[in-house]
Design a binder for this molecule. Structure first.
Ligand SMILES: NC(=O)c1ccc[n+]([C@@H]2O[C@H](COP(=O)([O-])OP(=O)(O)OC[C@H]3O[C@@H](n4cnc5c(N)ncnc54)[C@H](OP(=O)(O)O)[C@@H]3O)[C@@H](O)[C@H]2O)c1
Length: 251
């Protein structure tokens, strides 16, 4: 039975990943927080079974007890996972966190928050789910993290956005490092970073004014393009950073 997990499932891109994953997988766990900006320190994730294979999971991706419980439940019930997508991410919030225009805007608390959500979340997911990514048929089991082209160090032309850029560059390093470990431990697993293109969601809303209409994608379109990559992935693609159109991005 084919199992997928989407973290950040309440987000613009995450919701669409859940929708399109349900067409491909028998069971899809859609994981999101009970409500924004509330630290959820309850010991157990709240899992509800819905129609058509959807399992909604109220949990915090930064809460290791929740990750551990969810992993245990999936191991006991199914024994493996075919696809994990981490669509969690932050660029700005309602508490004054904004991407920095200049270095004087740098704020340590905001930097720490952005790093926890954009970078550490994928490491924590990998920590608790790596042993479940153990498929043995033609297509590899896949862990895909939503990164961003601005995280590419070699592609940095514009500057600015210190914390977000650095968090995505660090996420890319986590993916690259993890790809080396899974090549040793999980022979049929691929971990990749994905750039969705500028996509019309809450995250990009305040920054859309200079984006040409044809360069601003609907979440439906950008996830369709990312699923084309995921559906056609080979084990040799482990450790790559893909843009929405299937081209690879230099780290
Ligand atoms: N939209 C774009 O143009 C664009 C471009 C490049 C890269 N990306 C990347 O794509 C991913 C998805 O972005 P999106 O556009 O779908 O953004 P979004 O609509 O704002 O969704 C982001 C999701 O991240 C989770 N999140 C945010 N703050 C959190 C926190 N403090 N703690 C835990 N979870 C938190 C939330 O999920 P829950 O509340 O469900 O936990 C939220 O729904 C992000 O990693 C983003 O960096 C987006």
């Amino acid at each position: 039975m084919s199992i997928a997990i989407v973290f950040g499932a309440s987000g613009g891109i995450g919701q669409e990943f859940v929708k399109q994953a349900l067409k491909r997988h028998a069971v899809v766990y859609a994981c999101s927080r009970p409500s924004a900006d509330i630290v959820d320190d309850t010991p157990l994730p709240d899992i509800k079974t819905m129609d058509n294979g959807l399992q909604t999971v109220k949990m915090d991706v930064l809460n290791e007890k929740h990750l551990k419980q969810l992993a245990n439940q999936i191991i006991n019930q199914y024994g493996h996972v075919d696809l994990i997508v981490n669509a969690t991410g932050i660029l700005h919030d309602s508490n004054g966190l904004e991407p920095e225009k200049k270095i004087e805007d740098f704020n340590l608390d905001n930097f720490n928050k952005v790093f926890q959500i954009n970078t550490a979340s994928t490491a924590l997911i990998a920590k608790h789910f790596i042993t479940l990514l153990n498929k043995f048929d033609a297509q590899p089991a896949i862990l895909a993290a939503l990164s961003a082209r601005v995280g590419s160090i070699s592609d940095n032309q514009l500057g600015g956005w210190y914390s977000y850029r650095a968090s995505k560059a660090a996420l890319n390093q986590i993916i690259k490092t993890l790809s080396i470990e899974v090549a040793r431990r999980n022979k049929n697993t691929a971990v990749i970073a994905l750039h969705p293109g500028t996509t019309d969601t809450n995250l990009s809303k305040p920054f859309q004014q200079n984006v040409k209409p044809e360069k601003l994608f609907s979440a439906e379109y950008s996830v369709q393009k990312m699923f084309q990559i995921i559906d056609n992935l080979f084990i040799e693609d482990n450790g790559k950073f893909y843009a929405w159109d299937g081209s690879t991005i230099e780290w």
